[in-house]
Ligand binder design. Structure first.
Ligand code: NBY
Length: 836
């Protein structure tokens, strides 16, 4: 029989249940309460940090109440759920976002004001949750915001790294240095430890097939580690719906090494428990390269095993047969990092649930969905077979079996095509053999998608071509990325948000969830008064950035200049190199001019911010060049009024929130065919910054939306790149011949205009020889595009029109649109209304 609920006196329970605090007195009471009890402090010794923490805890109370109602409704309604598996969630700060989504910012600001604290100062106290490298991690964060806002039952699963992406310092010589990011140091008010949610995860040991006519095996021995859940609440925008991001922490299993304990080796046993905690200690700071490190594979398996165990426990609670798993659960794989979930689900079904192999494979391939984020060969994950054998012996058996059945089917469709079998095998031959994770993710999934139209085509025609031929094109499609307009417009650019609401004559509640409404403002581009307001907001955002740089770095920025911004991970394919060489070209051009001529030039400030992977030394060399060019330019009395250059250290979500609204033009200039999508391009455009870019990734779709007269495109196109690369190797031409302008730039760098020229030779040589990323091939076209930007900026009114048209045609790039595509065409999810 059912237990009586609640226990005890129902009236006492009901009378004491808390409701949301939404008025100023209630909020103040709640904040002061947290100061007194949660923080054990008092009014006389409270600083900004303490006040931030108390405010955050009080907001969290509200989130928890909504979260409880949401989760209770999910339990009652038993809807199909989707799980977003991502090794990275680049969340940034939570307080401002939560206040805006709860629509309580005004009340909270009033309350903290009364208590003697300025809300904007409190917001600055929060450390970024920086559990990600770049676009892939930030995309996961935007998708959580949209899922909750669209009232979809979606949970995120990730790891609770003790250290997020490293803090970047720049030495006086311009060298990037990395310091740890101890983001949990001041406590994290946004997480809830769930001591009742723990799973054991096994590593190493041995796998013995049962040989009883079933495909089963027993995996035993080795090391067991405990996965402990921490929950982070994800508030929807203007809805009660509040989802969950569950992050796992690794802990030693109590008494896991009883043999050593009992053998009297107590100290060694305690010490070796450190290896369990090490699993979730740090986020790997590499984007686009993989190193085959054991600890990384441990992270991947630890996280997928704990997450699947959690999903299966929840599924079993609803009491349906396991064959119905895909009707209740969809799992989205954010790149190949969670691919071990595929053999892990097979292991659970076959070994633990005694499901026949074919049935298990059917369940599995109806549950998973795989998103690819890159076609760069060096970024495709492969794991050495010997490492897999050692760490996860049972999973290697399962992967071999999957491969065997798969290749049998390929052989049947393409009899005798040995080369095809070798190309498509999950196991790449070599010393050592390696497991191709993208292939495993592909064959183990219901659908596969890229993240922009061009990229999705490239996935089908390059890395997964054979798989399209084998499985049919229907499985492969596109979901163009999106960004949340809550953080990336309303939060980071409140004045523009207010102007939009005023001009649309609707509350932001409406248009922030229907971003196509911005189109209605297009006619106002012709309205001089509107343009004036628009331009004034951009100007104030530039002043805000200048203020930020003044107070944090002590530098003085010319806010009358055009702000030209490139902020993203430092990578050769993203071509910050092209940008800095272009800046040097501009500098040389200015130096060639007379003082009179210079006066006619539109001043420009160029901003860079970028972290390089710690082991990527060419990338670090490019940072060094940028820093040293900045030093010379900003000190040159002849040119500094016309050209300034800044490398802002330690790029983060919070810094992006200040930079993006201040940009007049932003650069997205990857070699065509290399940037899968890009998402900051969308953020800049939504904030009225124009786009200078190559015909690559989502730039193309942005161009389609804003119209070609409002963007600046340049460079070779994707279909041409292969031939140019071939020529660069087999019919090389000197840089002088491809671009005399670039040749001059390379020679001044080489000759030491920016300090010891010799140190830059390895970088310069990547352009002189091979030029894989087409720097010299695209240089003149790039300089020409920069000239078009300069010319367009001379006509201020026309520029503002372009800015308005750009922002107002960004409807497509809301992550609400993207997440609804996943929900409808992939996951088959329905929204769940949470009753008041
Ligand atoms: O994903 C980025 C793409 O470069 C960008 O074009 C796209 O817009 C974005 C969202 O789809 N990829 C990315 O950020 N990748 C990583 O950060 C990353 C991190 C780790 C590893 C590989 C890639 N890894 O193998 O360890």
């Amino acid at each position: 029989g059912k237990e009586k609920w609640p226990r005890g006196d129902e009236k006492t329970w009901k009378e004491n249940m808390r409701a949301l605090e939404t008025d100023v007195p209630g909020i103040s009471r709640n904040i002061v309460n947290h100061v007194q009890t949660s923080l054990a402090r008092q009014a006389y010794n409270l600083d900004d940090l303490g006040a931030y923490q108390a405010a955050a805890l009080s907001v969290r109370d509200n989130l928890i109440l909504n979260w409880n109602d949401t989760q209770l409704q999910y339990t009652r309604k038993e809807p199909k759920r989707a799980y977003y598996l991502s090794l990275e969630f680049l969340m940034g700060r939570a307080l401002d976002n939560a206040l805006l989504n709860l629509d309580l910012k005004k009340q909270y600001s009033e309350s903290t004001d009364k208590l003697g604290f300025n809300m904007e100062d409190l917001l600055e106290q929060e450390r970024d949750a920086a559990l990600g490298n770049g676009g892939l991690g930030r995309l996961a964060a935007c998708y959580l915001d949209s899922s909750a806002s669209m009232e979809l039952p979606v949970w995120g699963y990730g790891l609770r790294y003790k250290y997020g992406i490293f803090q970047q310092l720049i030495s006086p010589e311009g060298q990037q240095l990395e310091a740890p990011d101890p983001w949990l140091e001041n406590q994290n008010p946004w997480e809830l430890p769930r001591l009742d949610v723990q799973y054991d995860v096994r590593f190493y040991g041995s796998a013995d097939r049962l040989n009883d006519g079933t495909p089963r095996a027993v995996w035993s021995g080795g090391q067991e580690v405990v996965a402990q859940a921490y929950d982070v609440m994800i508030p929807g925008c203007f809805t009660k719906s509040t989802n969950n991001l569950r992050l796992w922490e690794s802990k030693p299993k109590r008494g896991f090494d009883l043999n050593s304990f009992n053998a009297g080796d107590y100290e060694r046993a305690v010490e070796s428990s450190n290896s369990a905690s090490a699993i979730t200690s740090v986020l790997y700071p590499n984007d686009h390269t993989t190193f085959g490190k054991e600890l990384r594979l441990k992270q991947q398996y630890f996280w997928t095993a704990a997450s699947l165990a959690d999903m299966i426990r929840r599924f079993k609670n609803i009491g349906k047969p396991i064959t119905q798993f895909p009707e209740y659960v969809a799992i989205q794989l954010n790149d190949t990092h969670p691919t071990m979930a595929i053999p892990e689900l097979m292991r659970i079904l076959v070994d633990e649930e005694d499901v026949p192999w074919d049935t298990a494979w059917q369940i599995t391939t109806n549950t998973f969905f795989y998103t690819n984020h890159t076609v760069l060969p060096e970024a495709l994950e492969k794991w050495p077979v010997p490492l897999m054998q050692h760490l996860l012996p049972r999973h290697l058996q399962i992967i071999y079996d999957i491969n065997m059945y798969f290749l049998q089917a390929v052989e049947k469709k393409f009899p005798g095509d040995r080369e095809r079998l070798a190309r498509m095998s999950l196991i790449e031959e070599g010393f050592p053999q390696q497991i191709r994770m993208a292939f495993l993710a592909c064959i183990g999934s219901r659908k596969v998608n890229g993240v922009a139209e061009l990229h999705s085509e490239l996935v089908k025609t390059t890395i997964l071509k054979d798989f399209v031929e084998f499985e049919g094109a229907g499985k492969f499609s596109n979901v163009t990325n999106g960004i949340t307009p809550r953080r990336w417009l309303d939060q980071c650019n409140p004045e523009l948000s207010a102007l939009i609401s005023k001009s649309l004559n609707v509350p932001k509640q409406v248009w922030l969830k229907d971003l196509f409404m911005l189109k209605k403002l297009l006619p106002l581009a012709e309205d001089a008064a509107f343009r004036k307001e628009w331009a004034e907001i951009k100007q104030r955002n530039k002043e805000r950035l200048a203020h930020h740089v003044r107070t944090t770095l002590g530098l003085e920025i010319n806010t009358n200049a055009m702000f030209d911004v490139q902020i993203k991970r430092l990578h050769e394919y993203k071509r910050q190199s092209l940008n800095i060489l272009g800046v040097i070209h501009r500098y040389l051009t200015l130096k060639d001019m007379s003082a009179e001529e210079r006066k006619k030039v539109n001043p420009r400030v160029v901003f860079f911010a970028a972290k390089a992977a710690p082991g990527y030394w060419i990338a670090k060399l490019i940072i060094r060049l940028i820093v040293n060019v900045a030093r010379i330019l900003n000190a040159d009395p002849e040119t500094k009024d016309y050209l300034q250059l800044y490398f802002l250290p330690d790029y983060s979500v919070s810094l992006a929130e200040v930079l993006i609204p201040a940009s007049d033009i932003s650069q997205h200039i990857s070699t065509a065919g290399t940037e899968a999508s890009g998402t900051s391009n969308m953020k800049f455009c939504l904030n009225g910054g124009l786009l200078l870019g190559t015909v690559d990734g989502a730039n193309i779709e942005i161009g389609e939306e804003v119209g070609e007269s409002n963007v600046f495109f340049f460079g070779y196109l994707t279909p041409e790149v292969e031939q140019v690369r071939y020529n660069n190797i087999y019919h090389p031409r000197p840089v002088e011949e491809k671009s005399p302008a670039l040749a001059r730039v390379l020679s001044v760098v080489s000759q030491g205009m920016f300090g010891d020229g010799g140190i830059y030779e390895p970088f310069l040589n990547t352009i002189r020889q091979g030029d894989y990323y087409l720097i010299a091939d695209d240089f003149d076209s790039y300089i020409n595009a920069l000239k078009m930007v300069d010319d367009a900026y001379l006509d201020k009114e026309e520029w503002i029109k372009k800015s308005i048209r750009t922002a107002c045609t960004m409807g497509k790039f809301s992550s609400d649109r993207a997440i609804m595509e996943y929900a409808e065409s992939y996951w088959n999810l329905e929204p769940v209304k949470i009753p008041a």
